[in-house]
Design a protein around this ligand. Structure first.
Ligand code: BGC
Length: 334
């Protein structure tokens, strides 16, 4: 009896496989479920924020599985190497992935990759690193011109503005020594990323727009990395000492590094210096709570990863996609 049920199920499974087989590479699983193959490449596994993001992509795909539909998700490390990532995308194409989710190493290489994936007729969901069009954001031709290519992200201007507002809302508005200006250092992410460009610009713009005077003591690239944040902040503290009132970091990883330098220099966040990041990594939210960080901004990896997966599933179902999908940032203060 058991055997009979099994073979009936198998026959059904094969039928389902045939009717859904089409030109997609989805594979019928033994148990009758249809399995979609999903290729994901993350720019660098060493990135704290993208680690949370990729884990959530995997976890969320799992929650969407049913008896009928499974997702076979392959996630690979781009190792911060565009040539490596291009190979990975080519492999995804050869392997017949049904959809590709891509966190580009270099947005300047977006066209080359988009062309390959579009030619292979595979939907492409770009995440986190927005390729910039000639008219700024939301104007990338490769996204606008291809119905199966889209971008999911958060508007980095908002995160920068929130950082500036957090400082403006402090009782002394960031002017600890009362000399009439906010003296700061800026620790930047990878300057090729619009997230770094906008956070650098809009954090300060929020202050100047509100009528505060600012003085930039140092502005250095830390490439999103904790160790660079520490070195840059330590050097700036050695050079400018008490003149530094605010340390702006384009992300929390660099803020964690900066905090180590601040502590080593005998300075106290909230008393004689302020420290800002972006992402709201769990350890940084805790630091905001206990006062060792002035504030951070939630870069909603859950909202972004879920949107990316939902959009990928839409694409798998042949539904029409928007060009751009946005998830809001949220201010995190005590
Ligand atoms: C995050 C950074 C991360 C970068 C990677 C940004 O949105 O805030 O922490 O390193 O994305 O591209």
């Amino acid at each position: 009896m058991k055997k009979k049920v099994f073979s009936a199920l198998l026959a059904l499974a094969m039928l389902a496989g045939c009717s859904n087989g089409g030109d997609g590479g989805e594979t019928p699983a033994d148990d009758g479920a249809k399995t979609y193959n999903v290729g994901v490449s993350i720019y660098d596994y060493n990135d704290n924020f993208m680690t949370l993001y990729r884990n959530e992509i995997e976890a969320y795909f799992k929650t969407l599985e049913t008896d009928e539909v499974k997702y076979n998700v392959t996630i690979v490390d781009g190792k911060n190497d565009m040539a490596e990532q291009t190979n990975q995308v080519e492999n995804f194409i050869t392997q017949g992935m049904d959809v590709i989710i891509l966190n580009l190493v270099q947005t300047s290489s977006a066209d080359a990759v988009i062309d390959k994936v579009v030619a292979a007729e595979i939907p492409l969901v770009l995440i986190n690193r927005e390729p910039m069009g000639t008219d700024g954001d939301m104007s990338y031709k490769g996204i606008l011109d291809n119905a199966t290519v889209c971008y999911i992200g958060a508007d980095a201007r908002q995160s920068g503005t929130f950082q500036g507002e957090i400082v403006a809302e402090l009782p002394d508005h960031g002017d600890i020594n009362g000399d009439g200006k906010i003296s700061y250092i800026m620790i930047e992410g990878d300057p090729e990323n619009v997230d770094a460009q906008y956070r650098t610009e809009f954090s300060i713009k929020a202050l100047t727009d509100a009528g505060y005077e600012v003085e930039c003591l140092a502005d250095q690239v830390g490439n999103w990395k904790q160790e660079n944040g520490q070195t840059i902040c330590a050097n700036a503290l050695a050079q400018y000492g008490d003149d530094i009132e605010v340390v702006f970091c384009n992300n929390d990883a660099m803020a964690l590094g900066a905090y180590a330098a601040i502590e080593a220099a005998g300075r106290t966040v909230g008393e004689d210096i302020y420290l800002l990041g972006v992402d709201a990594l769990a350890e940084c939210v805790e630091m905001v709570e206990n006062g060792t960080m002035t504030g951070t901004v939630l870069n909603d990896h859950i909202g972004q990863s879920h949107t990316a997966v939902d959009v990928a599933v839409k694409a798998l179902n042949g539904e029409a996609l928007d060009n751009y999908y946005w998830v809001d940032y949220v201010k995190v203060t005590k």
